[in-house]
Each structure stands twice: as C-alpha cells, then as structure tokens.
Design a binder for this molecule. Structure first.
Ligand code: TRP
Length: 479
C-alpha cells in the first residue's frame, strides 16, 4: 500500500534515465568546463577522474543501498536511528539551497534560448547588446526574476505529475535527445580551424599548477565540490531514487553506470566548449560566465548568421533541458521528504500542494542570487561581501564573498556535502558495516569489491573529506 502511494520505477531504463538525467545538468555543461578552464585544465581533469573512481562510485552505491533498504528518501538516516537524523536534515537542506540558485541559471539559459529563437526569425533577441548581452542581462532585474520564475514553474509542473507520470516520462524522452544534440555541436566545433588547441588544453599532460602545494589543495577542493554537485551526491537524491528501485535490480551496476555517464557528459561538454573557445579566441579561465558570455560569442561572432542562431538555439535549448531534468530531481527530494513524513504519520499527503509550497519558498530564496548581478557590483541587490563592506574577493570564482550564488554554493558543495559524505561514510564503514553488502546482494548476485569498499568507507573517503573541509575553512578565512 505504501509502495503504491510512493510510486516505483516502471523499468531499469526509466530509473537510469531519471538518475542520469538528475546527475547530468548544469554541473556538467556549465560547472565542469568553467572549473576546468580556471583550475588547471588537464591537472583538474585528472584529479576529478580519480575522485569519481575512488570516492564517487562508492558514495553513490552507499546512497542507493540506503534508500532501498529503508524505503525512504532523506528520511533514511532517521529510519536507521534517531541519532543519525541530522545527516538527513543536512542532506535535505542542500537540494533546497542548490535549487534556489540552480533555477536562476536555468532561467538564464532559457533567456538565451529564447533570444536565439527570436534571432532565427530575423528579430533582435539580445536587446541590441549582441555578444555583450551577458553583462546586460545580469543587471536586468525584471528578466532575471521572470526567467527564474519560469524555470521554477516548469520544474514544479513536472514534479506535480508524480514519479511515473511526470519525472520518468519526461526524462526518458529528453535524455537521449540531449546526447544527440551535444554530439552534433561537438562535430561542428571540431571542424573549426584552431579547435585543436582546446583538445590540447584538456588532454595534454600538464601539472604546472601543482608547483605550489596550496594550489594542489585548491584544485582538490574544487574538483571534489564539482564531483558532489555533478553526481548529485550527499543530498538525498540518490537515496530517494534508490528507494523507488525494486529489489531485483542491481545496485552495483547502476552505481557504476550513473557516474560513468555523468563523467562522459562532462567530458563531452568540455570537448564542445574548450575547442570552441580556442577556435574563436575566448579565454578558458573566465569563470562562471564561460557558458553564457563565451559560448554566445562563439555563436554570434564566430559562426554568425543563421547557422550561428540555429546552433546557438540548439545549444542553449540543450542546456536548459539538462538543467530542468536536474531541477526536477532537486524539487522531488524536497517534496518526497514531506510526502514520506506524512505517510509515516498516517496522513494523506497532497503532493501538488507540497510541491507548490516548496517552489514558492525556493523562488524567494533564489531572488538574491538573481538580483545581485553575480557580484559584479552596483546591482539591484548587494552581494554578501558588499553588505559586509568588503572589497571584491581577489582569487576568482570560488570566493565565498563573490556573490549570493557562490555563497549558497560554498555552503552546500563546499561544506554540507563533504560533511554529509564524511558522516555517511563513517556510518557505512563503521556503524553499519554490512548494510551496503547485504542490500547489494538482494538481487541474488555476489557483492563485488567488498575489500575495497570497506577500505573506502572506513578510511579513504573520510580522509579525503577532512582534507577538503580543511581546505575550505582555510580559504574561507583566507589563512
Ligand atoms: N548533478 C546536477 C548537475 O550536474 C545538479 C544537482 C546537484 C542535482 N544536486 C542535485 C540534480 C540533486 C538533481 C538532484 O547539474
């Protein structure tokens, strides 16, 4: 009975598409290329890949197992024991805060998408600004708020549809299309003269950024945050998805397929954006604006004409769709945590009302991120550092005081997620050492790599997380 009310995946394919759809998003298309571009190129890539293989897969497996074992989302920790409840609260808070800035970015991609669409039909879609539209849009409060609202509305409508009717159907249709459009743009970009430098930046061995040990830790911190964000770890989402997975499905296999696909998409995004920058003379290291400002330059000034408008439209459409599949998952975590709670209390949950309330709250919390012009100064709303009377932070994109978006990001992927992963890892390594193995063996197949996973949960992941948290504290206080 509970099972029916909560819903369950119709098929493994549906589960995979939704999980991959949730994993692939702005983290891959926006975050990965810009972080790689400003954090050491090849060196960043290597650290990132090592982290995904050593920690990402194990963490994801742990979360799927926790969800299926307890049959609940972020409530999984509380279901195991009251004393673990706090990990669940931390995990539930992350999607809430992430979605509030994620929807701002999703809204911006929608604005670009609309802009290129209008241009295809001969009108001016970018307020006469051409490729400097990014700087203009940031200060256009009305548009920022309007498109934030639109992104939230689209997300909410799908979540209201429930598990099979909404999320699964939507993801199944959209994810394969996404891959096709992405590969098309990669091929197009590869044919541009000069593109080769972009591939060199990504794949030619170069560890010069590690000359200074401090920058090694900064790359580690950035790559780790990127891993959490991109794989949607430590925020209950994979626990929630695992809870909808039936017992005959393989957790281990899925915990490899999802990170693998996600990393593949990040690499593809890099192979689209980096060569494009190289070919059209755009700086790799320009930070969060890379996706917007630079790619728009590529389409408008580089390609130009109708081709540029059409490819530009396809590109931003792709990014918007990827962002929406993730936003859906983010809102679903928030919604399902309350749905489950009410079911536990024997109440009849109203999914639609719960989604609506969350959507409105997230919209409100997202407003500062939409109104501070990403900390460029002189915007409708002051950035956190301006409110504190500080100077604009020196060392680039990850400074906690740059803007509200970075501030929210720092709280989540910089602090709460590593902390959550640390606690979960200790719990699965020491507190309940058989949980993952037992749950993974429910499908009748033996648990593979037991010795490694035990080591990872007990020592490896906790150590990495402590280093990441220490680096975060160090850079927060500028020590
Ligand atoms: N992983 C998503 C991306 O790469 C973003 C994300 C973060 C997310 N946390 C999530 C998606 C939780 C779904 C659920 O863009």
């Amino acid at each position: 009975m509970q099972e029916n009310k909560r819903g369950q995946w119709g098929s493994t394919f549906g589960f995979l598409m939704a999980s991959i759809g949730s994993a692939i998003g702005l983290g891959n298309l926006w975050g990965f290329p810009y972080k790689m571009g400003s954090s050491g190129g090849f060196a960043f890539l290597v650290v990132y890949l090592i982290l995904v293989v050593l920690a990402g897969v194990a963490l994801m497996m742990g979360e799927f197992a926790l969800g299926r074992k307890t049959g609940t989302g972020v409530g999984a920790y509380a279901a195991l024991s009251k004393k673990y409840r706090v990990i669940g609260w931390m995990a539930a808070f992350c999607p809430f805060l992430i979605l509030s800035f994620y929807a701002v970015l999703a809204g911006m991609t929608l604005r670009y998408c609309v802009g290129f669409l209008v241009q295809i039909f001969g009108a001016d879609g970018f307020a006469g600004q051409g490729s400097s539209f990014f700087g203009f849009l940031l200060y256009d409060s009305k548009s920022m708020v309007l498109f934030l609202a639109l992104a939230m509305i689209v997300t909410m409508v799908v979540v209201m549809g429930g598990i099979q009717g909404g999320i699964e159907k939507f993801s199944k249709a959209v994810m394969p299309a996404l891959g096709v459009i992405l590969i098309g743009i990669i091929i197009f970009v590869a044919m541009q003269p000069g593109a080769i430098e972009g591939y060199k930046f990504m794949f030619k061995p170069d560890f010069s950024v590690f000359a200074d040990p401090k920058s090694f830790f900064n790359v580690l911190k950035t790559a780790s945050g990127q891993m959490f964000f991109s794989l949607s770890l430590a925020m209950g989402i994979n626990i929630t998805f695992g809870s909808y997975l039936s017992k005959d499905k393989s957790i281990q296999k899925n915990a490899v397929i999802v990170p693998f696909s996600d990393t593949l998409f990040a690499l593809l995004a890099g192979m689209m954006i980096m060569p494009a920058c190289a070919a059209f003379g755009v700086d790799y290291g320009q930070g969060p604006g890379l996706l917007f400002a630079s790619m728009q330059k590529v389409f408008l000034d580089g390609m130009g004409g109708t081709v540029g408008n059409v490819v530009g439209f396809l590109f931003y459409f792709l990014v918007f769709i990827a962002a929406i599949t993730s936003s859906i998952a983010l809102l679903e975590v928030c919604t399902s945590s309350v749905v489950d709670r009410q079911l536990r209390k024997g109440k009849e949950p109203n999914r639609k009302k719960i989604s609506l309330v969350f959507a409105i709250a997230i919209f409100i919390v997202g407003l500062p991120a939409a109104l501070d012009a990403l900390g460029s100064g002189g915007a409708a709303l002051k950035a956190p550092f301006e409110l504190l009377g500080l100077e604009i932070g020196g060392s680039g994109y990850a400074m906690w005081n740059d803007c509200w978006l970075d501030f929210y990001d720092m709280i989540t992927e910089g602090v709460l997620m590593p902390l959550g992963a640390l606690l979960m890892s200790l719990l699965l390594g020491w507190g309940l050492p058989n949980l993952v193995k037992d749950e993974c063996e429910e499908d009748g197949k033996p648990f593979r790599g037991a010795a490694y996973f035990k080591f990872a949960f007990r020592f490896l992941i906790p150590v990495i997380m402590v280093i990441v948290l220490a680096t975060q504290i160090q850079s927060f206080f500028n020590l």
